[in-house]
Write a protein that binds this ligand. Structure first.
Ligand code: HEM
Length: 415
């Protein structure tokens, strides 16, 4: 039987209230049990919350990743920002993330090599040194905001270094990343929030354009920026808007979600102290445990696709040209696939989680994200005997699409 179309309050609206952001799981569980594929008229999106539906969409080669035109609408913004918004959204729509083959294939090949396991393994000593530097003030223990003092500087400085962003410019990335994340989280009726974010992304794209220009004008260097610029320049006419947008995707994709993994992952371990103790007793389990932390609190909560033909999804008939939202955090807690999904179990091997997506757009930065998480979590569980919540209650970022904390105070003690 087809799910009721657009019936009841907006499902995404329920997920994006402050309560929904702090704990979206009751809404996910209800939708998955009652209407695993349903329509959200306010957003113009089909909402998929079951593992089976997400799997079906991600493995269907006819489903397109192009969605910018359908999702973003500059006309809903104040007149003075519309032209900027059109240009920004057109550029963001050219990222590899929103391309299908054959356009996607060539860029993916370059990025896949730049961020592949082998290339990333070479970064290990540098990231270790960064973790040491960030934890040095806490050598004797103390309270740390793991977001501001650890996860954010670790992920921003790592990806900035990899991309060849000069150290003096690193301080500007955080605010741009926030604006970029907001463009993924725009909600109906928030034109001012969206307009401010568009201006921030415009500045980010302009900055990256300058960075590319400076690189072309200067001597070549042995880094990812050079690789990406050379590959783009070799493929034909210069498409600098696309290049800047892809770099923005790497810079922000490389920072935001990794911060979410480290911060939400640590909060999960605080909430399940028995599981934290398992890692402290056997730090060798940190690497596999990261997969469970990704499953349990997925940093990318939803991704979008567009149908190109009619599809039957869990009994719902979806026509061509429809936006389909894949709620990864909901699929990752589907009891049909994961036993006792609301329980964190660091010994679980959740190989079927979707935290990095699946298929041709599987996260290109997954090896880097896993390495950063490994090094920071290993340092924490081996260097401190006790990690406990401290200070004010944890605060979630006010962004549903990018799950993670805005602040998380932890007391570190006992070597
Ligand atoms: C825990 C950290 C991360 C999570 C949870 C995550 C999540 C994801 C997901 C779900 C996708 C698939 C999107 C889709 O299919 O529509 C994706 C793609 C992507 N991610 Fe990540 N990501 C993380 C870290 C990173 C890092 C560190 C980088 C950069 C180095 C990065 C860059 C990208 C890029 C460029 C794509 C697009 C790939 C393509 O279109 O082929 N991500 N990521």
């Amino acid at each position: 039987m087809a799910a009721e179309v657009g019936a009841g309050p907006s499902p995404i609206g329920r997920m994006t209230t402050p309560e929904g952001i702090a704990d979206p799981y009751p809404v996910f569980d209800e939708l998955r049990a009652e209407r695993p594929v349903c329509r959200d008229d306010a957003y113009g999106v089909w909402v998929c919350t079951s593992h089976a539906a997400v799997q079906q969409v991600l493995s269907d080669p006819t489903v397109s990743s192009r969605r910018s035109e359908a999702y973003w609408d500059a006309d809903r913004l104040p007149a003075e920002v519309r032209a900027t918004a059109r240009a920004v959204y057109a550029a963001l729509g050219q990222r590899m993330l929103m391309q299908d083959p054959p356009e996607h294939t060539a860029t993916r090949k370059v990025m896949g090599a730049a961020f592949g396991k082998r290339a990333v393994a070479l970064l290990r000593p540098r990231i270790e040194a960064l973790v040491d530097e960030l934890l040095a003030p806490y050598a004797a223990g103390g309270s740390i905001d793991v977001v501001a003092d650890l996860a954010v500087p670790l992920s921003i400085r790592t990806i900035a270094e990899v991309l060849g962003v000069p150290p003096d410019d690193v301080g500007r990335i955080g605010a741009w990343a926030e604006d970029f994340a907001t463009t993924k989280d725009v909600r109906p009726g928030e034109p001012d929030r969206e307009a401010a974010a568009v201006r921030g992304v415009e500045a980010l794209l302009a900055y990256l354009g300058e960075l590319v220009g400076r690189r072309r004008a200067g001597p070549p260097r042995d880094d990812v920026l050079q690789l990406v610029v050379d590959a783009a320049d070799a493929t034909g006419p210069r498409e600098d808007a696309r290049l800047a947008a892809n770099l923005a995707g790497l810079l922000v994709g490389g920072h935001d979600t990794t911060t979410g993994l480290v911060s939400a992952g640590l909060l999960s371990l605080m909430r399940f102290p028995g599981e934290l103790a398992v890692l402290q007793d056997d730090p060798g389990l940190v690497v596999p445990a990261i997969e469970e932390l990704l499953r349990f609190e997925s940093p990318a909560q939803w991704i979008l696709r567009t149908t190109t033909r009619a599809m039957d999804l869990e009994g719902s008939e979806i026509g061509p040209g429809q936006l389909v939202g894949l709620f990864l955090g909901a699929a990752n807690r589907d009891p049909a696939v994961f036993a006792q999904p609301a329980r964190l179990d660091v010994r679980r091997r959740p190989t079927q989680h979707f935290a990095f997506g699946r298929g041709r757009h599987l996260c290109v930065g997954a090896p880097l994200a896993r390495l950063e998480a490994e090094l920071v979590l290993s340092a924490l569980v081996t260097r401190y005997r006790r990690l406990e919540p401290a200070g004010p209650a944890p605060v979630w970022r006010p962004n549903f699409a990018q799950r993670g904390l805005a602040r998380l105070e932890i007391r570190l003690s006992g070597r």
